[in-house]
Design a binder for this molecule. Structure first.
Ligand code: C5P
Length: 222
């Protein structure tokens, strides 16, 4: 069977990473969470007290920044400059600032290159915002996952509660809507559906149903 590149894009909290991980496991493929890479840069910039919109300073920060993924259950570990930052990169301070960092030219150029290297050999499921449009424009399978803001906020709310983070639901809705707006309106590779991507609205679907729908699309390409 051919080792494919599978791109899964969509707005915040649409269920991309949950679904991408399950698809990767089924296929024995590598899973790459590109959002975690943008989060890692944001976290490192906050730590280093670099202004989050200072493209030049961020470029310098990136020259010796290392981001590693260590596979594991229930989640892979994200190691930033040798330190476990798995939890830190999901904190609200990072979540609410990541779109500013992700809009910077040098950050996008650097991380896009890293992502293309990770995906070069195929056998990869990569999730993000611009995978089908920019990072892997020739990916054999492109999925664009969407869901209502209400449902996405509710999912994030439940995840947060499990982690001991207590942000009101209405605030999460507002934050998600704002992040989508910024991600969709930035100048460089904004969040947008690739012309050859299959759009899936996950609002009425269970996780298993979404995975099954994606597997059916993949099987046709193998
Ligand atoms: O997927 P996740 O919500 O963790 O992504 C965090 C942020 O990283 C997004 O809101 C977006 O600003 C940025 N991002 C991006 N391009 C990607 C993946 C994530 O700009 N391919």
């Amino acid at each position: 069977k051919k080792k494919l590149q599978i791109a899964i894009d969509g707005p915040a909290s649409a269920g991309k990473s949950t679904v991408a991980k399950l698809v990767a496991t089924k296929l024995g493929y590598i899973y790459c969470d590109t959002g975690a890479m943008y989060r890692a840069v944001t976290y490192a910039a906050i730590q280093a007290k670099v202004a989050l919109d200072d493209d030049q300073k961020l470029a310098e920060l990136l020259t010796d920044l290392t981001i590693e993924f260590i596979p594991g259950q229930p989640e892979q570990k994200v190691i930033v400059n040798g330190q476990d930052a798995t939890k830190q990169i999901r904190m609200p301070e990072v979540t609410n600032n990541v779109s500013v960092v992700a809009a910077q030219k040098s950050v996008r150029a650097d991380l896009t290159k890293r992502q293309q290297e990770i995906a070069a050999a195929g056998g990869i499921v990569m999730d993000g915002r611009d995978i089908g449009t920019t990072v892997l424009p020739t990916a054999e399978v492109k999925i664009f996952l969407i869901a209502s803001v209400e449902q996405r906020a509710l999912r994030r709310y439940k995840e947060n509660i499990a982690k001991g983070i207590n942000t009101p639901l209405a605030q999460l809705e507002e934050e998600i809507a704002q992040r989508d707006y910024k991600d969709s309106h930035r100048e460089i590779s904004p969040l947008t559906k690739a012309s050859d991507a299959v759009e899936l609205d996950t609002t009425p679907l269970s996780i298993d149903e979404v995975v099954a729908a994606i597997m059916a699309i993949i099987e046709k390409k193998q």
